[in-house]
Design a protein around this ligand. Structure first.
Ligand code: ZN
Length: 339
């Protein structure tokens, strides 16, 4: 995801998501008391705006004239202006390069070099690394050195949705700041206010929630076609469970789809099935049929088992070398659970 370039004189104000409130307060308190750590590990689910929050923090640290009440960046000083024109000399963002699956050691070496420069007009120097769990081992070891010998007035913000994938030695040198996942009500409320239209077609907030769960920012990319895809996916899964479609045919059909999205749909369905008493009437959503089917076939222990196995499967999305085998294993989880 790239930031759009702002060409007008009016700088955009920072996005302020209601579910970020507590994390922001913790940050502002630490800043006011001069207790900011050298490294912040900003952790939370995908699709809840962690990177936007990290950037809001970075701008607040770089700004020469933050607002008195909430320490927001002023959007007017030379530091804010250079930030928005991607030329602030005291700011560095390390991200996945295009077509790369990992953050490499060269990128972290650039960080070490950056830390040797003297600061210009800013009070702080800020580095954001996102997603930090995608550093390869050499990069992680190189970062460790920078964390072990902190540079004064420098704050490194590590952004991750997978704290458990990080080296313990890195985690122990950061202060963990967790970003809350919005509740279902908060998500739906926000979607109603902000996501009234998707690519011109109105999709209601409940339907979007069924697609993305409590990851409201993922809703931007949802189209009518995605909703139809989801319906087809569960129809196929039903067909496999009824033995009118083979596992390998289903795998071939879904090979080109976003695996993370496929797994998230299933997690949502299984989660809902867990909550339904056996034989309960399920609402009109397209996955209603499969939820009923799952509810009838599985006891609560089997639901949990399937749920946990899907979570495990999700961890292999980026490391799996054979997409077809990945999908077949994923579908097999349902067959095993249904036995
Ligand atoms: Zn400013």
């Amino acid at each position: 995801m790239t930031d759009s370039v702002n060409t007008s004189h009016q700088l955009p104000s920072d996005v302020n998501y209601p579910w970020h409130k507590d994390t922001w307060s913790n940050f502002v308190n630490a800043k006011n008391q001069d207790h900011l750590p050298h490294a912040i590990l900003l952790a939370g689910e995908e699709g809840i705006g962690k990177l936007k929050l990290a950037k809001r923090m970075a701008k607040s640290l770089l700004c020469m004239n933050t607002t008195a009440d909430n320490k927001e960046a002023c959007q007017q000083c030379v530091s804010c202006k250079t930030y928005h024109s991607s030329s602030n000399p005291d700011y560095l963002e390390i991200r996945l390069l295009e077509d790369k699956k990992q953050i490499g050691v060269d990128q972290i070496r650039a960080l070490s070099e950056f830390l040797t420069f003297s600061r210009s007009y800013n009070t702080h120097r800020v580095v954001i690394i996102n997603p930090v769990e995608r550093m390869n081992l050499n990069a992680a070891n190189s970062l460790l050195k920078s964390l072990e010998e902190p540079t004064p007035e420098t704050i490194i913000i590590l952004v991750t949705a997978k704290v458990s994938d990080l080296l313990a030695t890195i985690k122990s040198r950061c202060q963990l700041l967790t970003v809350k996942t919005p509740t279902k009500d908060e998500t739906i409320h926000w979607l109603e206010q902000n996501q009234a239209t998707n690519n011109g077609a109105k999709i209601d907030a409940e339907t979007l929630f069924a697609m993305v769960g409590s990851r409201p920012l993922k809703a931007e990319a949802i189209t009518q076609e995605d909703i139809e895809n989801k319906q087809n996916f569960f129809n196929d899964l039903s067909a496999v469970m009824n033995q009118s479609l083979s596992i390998s045919d289903m795998a071939k059909k879904w090979e080109k789809h976003d695996f993370e999205r496929l797994i998230n749909w299933q997690l949502y369905v299984v989660q809902n099935a867990i909550k339904k008493p056996i034989g309960a009437n399920v609402n009109t959503m397209e996955e209603g049929e499969i939820i009923t089917q799952v509810s009838q076939h599985l006891n609560s222990e089997e639901h949990w088992h399937l749920y946990q196995n899907l979570i495990k499967q999700k961890q292999y999305i980026h490391t799996s070398v054979n997409p077809l085998m990945f999908l077949e294993n994923m579908i097999m989880l349902w067959m095993k659970a249904g036995k």
